[in-house]
Design a binder for this molecule. Sequence first.
Ligand code: 4AD
Ligand code: MG
Length: 480
Amino acid sequence: NKRSKIRSILEKKPIGDQVTLMGWVRTKRSNKNITFIALNDGSIIQNYQIVADPNVIDEKTLRRITTGASIKVTGKVVASQGAGQDSELVAESLEVLGEADPEKYPLQPKKHSLEFLREIAHLRMRTNTFGAVFRVRHALSFAIHQYFHEKGFYYIHTPIITASDAEGAGETFKVTTLDPKNPPLTPEGEIDYKEDFFERETNLTVSGQLEGELAAMALSEVYTFGPTFRAENSNTTRHLAEFWMIEPEMAFYDAEDNQDLAEDFLKYIIKYALENSPKDLAFLDKRASDENAKKPANERSEMGLLERLKFIIDNEFERITYTEAIEILKKSKPNKKKKFKYLIEEWGADLQSEHERFLVEKHFKKPVIITDYPKDIKAFYMKQNEDDKTVAAMDILFPGIGEIVGGSQREDNMEKLTCRMGQLDISEEELFWYLDTRRFGSVPHSGFGLGFERMVQFVTGMGNIRDVIAFPRTPGSAEF
Ligand code: 4AD
Ligand code: MG
């Protein structure tokens, strides 16, 4: 009478054993002589068939079993004649743990739109699609820790509440305990943050990088993996206000070492997911191809999901400079009718997502690492190149996603760094702790940030970033 999970029964096939399963009913089919229940416990995508004989399990209990109800069932594992499953469970005792009123339970067995499921995010994890997505999300998280652990990196935890805006984009969420209606004021009539909890202005972190750099200056190779917050008002399928970021930071790495690590890392975690989540990915592959078939011909992707994941692992990423990217975009013909409309770019402009997608999906047809961006469109901490115009930045662009990684070699020269901070009006006093790493034992170092949800999107083929995080935070939406 061992408590078991569907996953382990499917793997171990314990024919003849008595086991107890607990889970949620997906469907029930009955005739006079027998009842079949498809049970799911989330341990694996497959349902497990429970066979209940009305002579053994009373009618009243069987009647309470509806889609969504939770049950506990004990019985014998027997070989199954049915197709698609080696074994089934013949119920000896069955208890309904919680009913689910069929009139009210929203997840009846039919296809629900992702939009509808987003409105019931508190229940959507019970569907096959979301079960698969969150199991793959777990596998990727695990792979990330395993990768860095195997390489001797240390996992560090950087603060969620901070006083810095690492990226300098001014998109922070403020953290305060002051009464917004009646804040204390300075004699000059400004809000007096000295009276606030931390006795200064604070915000939720946009990136753990700056603190990560401090750790790399002590432990050599470190990484963070934590939540980050951005109050950017972009309502797109690629942006969240709360997302998870992986930020490795390495002392003694130059820009090229950084690119090599990033490419190796991305391939490793994709390979891990392929090897460890084959069932979920097979399901998502089928789902993606059904979705793809519904799209207009010119928007359809040429590769299936699994095919694309394998392709990424097996092929080298393209590496080009920003300047080369602009040359390619300038030479390409604008096409007003198609997906990629505006391809002419001037040097100095930031690449828009359609430019990125053109480079990745049309021109190179593989991931692209773009390096050496103009300094004016990148953050203050990036290492300045000899040309005085560009910095040792890198963005990694993925098909169907666009930018998935942003990183750089860091400016390790105190004079150059403070000069750049002066130009951007960033206070040296506020960042004294950051500058101390350049003051004492400064070394060349580099790092990057992977947007975790964008990676989960890429691996699962989900089109909207809201569908790869359990409780998405987006403009106007912070329910649950
Ligand atoms: O390019 P970003 O802004 O770089 C940094 O924050 C650096 N401090 C990283 C570093 O060098 N340590 O963000 C890094 C990645 C992006 O490439 C993107 O994948 C993801 O984070 N990202 C977002 N993902 C979801 N929603 C958002 N609003 C995102 N903003 C960035
Ligand atoms: Mg970026």
